[in-house]
Design a protein around this ligand. Structure first.
Ligand SMILES: [Zn+2]
Ligand SMILES: [Zn+2]
Length: 336
């Protein structure tokens, strides 16, 4: 790893101290997942993270993704539109559950002979709103629930604040508020999956390169360990491949570390908000899962937690379809 060292202080980089991470800048570790691996995927069993025109930041009707999925051989989609609990956030009150449910279920029925479409949601987790989120999920039945930390009102990582917040701080201090929040999201036990772990790389890309994140595994280990214990799945989110970090959220090395810490449940999603991003980089995300030793993706279809085998080309079970109904990939095999 091209570590930039524990002495990394934002705003004080020397020639040896790490460069700003521009678009396409590969992460540390020399692994796949760097820029250039964000092409649209084909022939995969699942894209578990998508935004449609039911999210305020996407204009893509479900039917457009569905047609693309059929064309490319992506066999199952989770529509995971945003839901925010901060009244100042864009997806607050946007989510009319019954409308979303109707639109997604109608599309699912329409495409049922060619494609499976699930009613998911991506909830913005905030510690301060955990009780509200819990109460909401008790009465709204989604097939699949992602919990993610975004830049909400008051976040130090908004474009207007991030440079001043980071200036003069050590790496660990800069990312601490983010990692504290994602750790709480996992601890809440509310979610099937933790969305885009280390998404803070995006907000910090102009100040702290991905290589500096890779040089600080100790910052990730508490949340990775907690994920491994909790059974909440780790998402390998390919959107970072087309964004400034130029690598997945999280990067390959962190997926490996999660596995080493006992993590058994991963899933992959493209987090598309535009049709041209649909399934983009998803092949890379599957590849990282396989290379870390995973043979299945962890997913939920309503009442059923299931494991979906990676296609044979990834060296997994090779069935290309679900091979069990239990445990979100929990029944890992020896050597896997
Ligand atoms: Zn998100
Ligand atoms: Zn998303």
């Amino acid at each position: 790893m091209s570590g930039t060292g524990e002495g990394f202080v934002v705003g004080q980089q020397t020639a040896a101290g790490g460069r700003p991470g521009g678009a396409g800048q590969p992460g540390a570790g020399g692994r796949p997942g760097a820029g250039g691996r964000a092409e649209p995927a084909r022939d995969l069993p699942l894209d578990a993270h998508l935004h449609t025109d039911l999210s305020p930041d996407s204009a893509v009707p479900i039917e457009v993704y569905a047609a693309e999925a059929v064309r490319r051989g992506i066999r199952e989609l989770a529509v995971t539109d945003h839901l925010d609990f901060d009244p100042a956030a864009p997806a607050f009150a946007y989510a009319d559950f019954s409308r979303r449910e109707r639109v997604v279920r109608e599309a699912a029925e329409h495409w049922a002979d060619r494609l499976a479409i699930r009613l998911g949601v991506e909830i913005t987790y905030e510690r301060a709103r955990e009780d509200e989120i819990r109460a909401y999920l008790q009465v709204h039945a989604y097939d699949y629930v992602i919990g993610s930390v975004h830049t909400m009102h008051g976040s130090p990582y908004t474009p207007a604040r991030v440079a001043a917040f980071a200036d003069g701080k050590r790496f660990g201090e800069v990312v601490a508020p983010y990692f504290e929040e994602v750790t709480a999201a996992v601890r809440s036990g509310l979610f099937d999956t933790l969305g885009h772990l280390d998404y803070v790389k995006k907000y910090l890309a102009r100040l702290i390169p991905p290589a500096t994140f890779a040089a600080h595994p100790e910052v990730y280990e508490p949340v990775l360990g907690l994920l491994a214990e909790s059974g909440t799945a780790l998402e390998i989110n390919s959107s970072g491949l087309r964004q400034a970090p130029g690598e997945t959220y999280p990067a390959a090395w962190a997926v490996d570390r999660y596995r080493a810490l006992g993590g058994r449940a991963v899933v992959a999603g493209s987090d598309a908000h535009r049709v041209e991003w649909f399934a983009a980089g998803l092949e890379t995300a599957y590849c990282l899962a396989a290379e870390a030793g995973f043979e299945r993706l962890a997913f939920r279809r309503g009442a059923d937690r299931i494991a979906i085998g990676l296609p044979a080309r990834f060296g997994g079970l090779g069935r290309g379809a679900e091979d069990g109904r239990r445990g979100g990939g929990g029944e890992a095999r020896a050597g896997a």
